[in-house]
Design a protein around this ligand. Sequence first.
Ligand code: HEM
Length: 345
Amino acid sequence: MTCSGEGRACDLSTQFTAFISTMICRMAISTTSLCEVNDANGIYGLVKEFVELAAKLSLGEVLGPLRKLDLFGYGKRIQEVVAWFDQVVEGIMKEHEENFEGRTKDMMDILLQVYRDPNAEIKLTRKNIKSFFLDFFLAGTDTSAVTLQWTMAEIINHPQVLNKLRAEMDSVLGSTRLVNESDVPNLPYLQAVVKEVLRLHPAIPVNVREPAEDCIVNGYDLKAHTRVMFNFYAIMRDPEVWPNPDKFIPERFLVNRSEINGRDQLVMDKKGQDFTYIPFGRGRRGCPGESLALTVIHATVGALIQCFDWKIDGGYKVNMEEGSGFSLVLAKPLVVHPITRFNPF
Ligand code: HEM
């Protein structure tokens, strides 16, 4: 709203990262003071550095026995970052232990309760809690933020999709109120758009698994502890499964109109319920944040569509080039001009 009021462009990439990081911090530790995206010593800064170093370290594994020498110093730096993260989270834990009266419980309070409970079914150590938070921030922030970027980029580049989304929202919500989470089941086209974005631009394009025992997968013998890489990106663009695999076609997830409540509606197709569609992985180690991520992404995209028109400088399309990093990112930041069309505040 501020960018729109001042008639200036807005860097949605940065805004989405800040938004998701703030949301996760609020849920996890009820504060946002340690979650500034630009604070190198805050939680997000540490997690970001950890990811970058971890990527360099895995690359260093190609050095074989030489990696033990830590030629580039990444191993030493990662230990320093982990020690600093440990210290920051220890501070948050102490603060939660000292001031828990009269507050709504957050995720840290619940984990500390289990840690203190001598009869708890699962014994948690302080280290377990810290590792959990590292995993949670690592896996939860960038993934949702980049999916929001790709979704807005695809919508801006496909005006016919934007018009269809607006028509659906107008018919379900009218023109006087903002979308909220409970509306999402009634917005199948919005769900299909996000689904198609996750097919084309999975936040985690490649995944690694390591079987604990010898096993056979698809006719291949795998020895225990063999690292296997899964290319989610290629699986979800397989032309044998997905016609026009590189095209953005949300309708592929919808079946023909049917009569529901006396009104014509689009209905979600079952497509994507198998191993050909796996943006969140599958099985025991599948993403535990899937429903949280989808809830936030649907409501956020819905609100951005309702409230603004989006213009690119010079009227060009968004550059969809892919960048490199832990998550599949847009190579260039998504900088756009929002023009207010509905202000619910
Ligand atoms: C669009 C957003 C997201 C995408 C595309 C995504 C995708 C994934 C994928 C592909 C995996 C690996 C699954 C596997 O190995 O089978 C994963 C794991 C994980 N995700 Fe997500 N994720 C998203 C959002 C979130 C959020 C919001 C959270 C929590 C706040 C979260 C927490 C986790 C955790 C903790 C793991 C590790 C699970 C484990 O190793 O057992 N994710 N995610």
